[in-house]
Design a protein around this ligand. Structure first.
Ligand code: FMN
Ligand code: FES
Length: 370
């Protein structure tokens, strides 16, 4: 117990400066690891056999003693689920699709060790019949600006350090030490960000109402219920990059003056539940959640609440009833949730994707986003 406590205390990042230095240490620590191999471990790829591919890579990398040279990771959903299991070899991001365990020794021998492309594993564009080598040239990706899912292939979602190395939690640091709550709300308002849960309500306006609402206890809620059949966006974000959502929530909490938040996630998303839980624990250990975040004096904690799979519980007032332990039934909204929500306290409820956009807006600015 004492040892665990010491380990936890040692990991805590106590200032904006320490966060910056820690990020640099992580980047420098990569040293010789110039080659990356990312196997998609998202739900669809797992169903198609990704677990065996991860095992095969682990074995081959050990066999060839490539641990120092190759950065190997299992990631969340990389995006193009229909062509899974997906494997990316970096730094060029060579895209191999429909990979089988028996392909793995060849990927190591040919691509990782010699730089040769295995044509058999490339994606063929059905429109042009052309084989495509790099992920960025795949038409499915080429037509998108992937703000939210774009870094999933670079992050092991169970390792907070990989998120930090990519600039994670720098928006939180900026919000806490360079901005103030008013400026944060203003930035979100001017960005034009609209709720991604379906209704498209202007996010800044919602934040402003909740900030202005009277009350010393306020709640921040992330709607990850995603009951729509066949929709896997929120699950893929929570499962693939949970810290982006948590960072957004902490910034929102600071902006409205809340110290307690909930992630309501449907139980049929075991990966999202597991990874969000690990992310919360790690963020606590690193001093990015909990008391005195980054030495700022600001406190905020997040709890996960698993939804039972009722579609209607994605609706905000039904979700709140469910969080309160009642039957998840919607209520007529005579009073806005920003003033009277969870346990009748002012509550700021946004969708997973809405929260995940926040760190980027704070980092890059409202003009960039709009
Ligand atoms: C029947 C019904 C189901 C809904 N399901 C969801 C859902 O699964 N996820 C979600 O984020 N919003 C859902 N919504 C919208 C929410 O009520 C709410 O507007 C939204 O979560 C607010 O977040 P946003 O402003 O970030 O979009 C649903 C609405 C209705 C009427
Ligand atoms: S689960 Fe692998 S690409 Fe979506």
């Amino acid at each position: 117990m004492e040892q665990k406590l010491r380990q936890v205390l040692d990991k805590r990042i106590k200032s904006a400066q320490q966060l910056k230095q820690f990020r640099q240490t992580l980047i420098d620590g990569k040293g010789e690891k110039r080659i990356t191999v990312s196997v998609c471990g998202g739900t669809a790829c797992l169903a198609l056999g990704a677990r065996e591919i991860v095992a095969a890579f682990t074995e081959e990398i050990e066999k060839h003693e490539l641990q120092v040279k190759v950065e190997f990771k299992e990631t969340g959903c990389q995006g193009f689920c229909a062509r899974g299991p997906a494997v990316l070899v970096g730094p060029q991001k060579i895209f191999y699709q429909k990979v089988k365990p028996e392909d793995v020794p060849e990927i190591i021998n040919e691509t990782v060790l010699k730089g040769n492309i295995i044509k058999r594993l490339l994606y063929t564009d059905p429109a042009t019949n052309q084989e495509i080598t790099y992920e960025s040239d795949v038409p499915f990706y080429k037509k998108q600006t992937r703000l939210i899912m774009g870094t999933n292939s670079e992050i092991d979602p169970t390792n907070i350090e990989q998120y930090i190395a990519l600039g994670g939690y720098s928006a939180l640091s900026k919000a806490l030490f360079q901005l103030n709550p008013e400026k944060i709300v203003d930035e979100i308002t001017r960005s034009g960000l609209r709720g991604r849960g379906g209704g498209g309500f202007p996010t800044g306006r919602k934040w402003q109402s909740c900030r202005a609402a009277e009350g010393d206890i306020k709640y921040v809620i992330c709607n990850g219920d995603e009951g729509d059949p066949g929709s896997y966006q929120d699950g893929s974000i929570l499962g693939g990059n949970p810290h982006s959502v948590i960072e957004g929530m902490i910034i929102g909490a600071f902006a409205i003056g809340s110290h307690e938040g909930y992630i309501y996630v449907r139980n049929e998303y075991p990966l999202a539940v597991k990874h969000a839980r690990i992310a919360i624990e790690q963020a606590m250990d690193y001093g990015l959640l909990g008391d005195n975040i980054l030495g700022s004096g600001f406190n905020f904690k997040v709890t996960i609440n698993k939804g039972g799979g009722a579609f209607v519980c994605g609706e905000s007032s039904a979700l709140i009833a469910s969080l309160e332990g009642k039957v998840g039934e919607p209520k007529a909204k005579y009073v806005h949730m920003a003033e009277k929500g969870l346990w009748d306290r002012p509550s700021l409820l946004n969708n997973v994707k809405t929260w995940a956009n926040v760190p980027q807006i704070i980092n890059k600015g409202s003009a960039w986003f709009s």
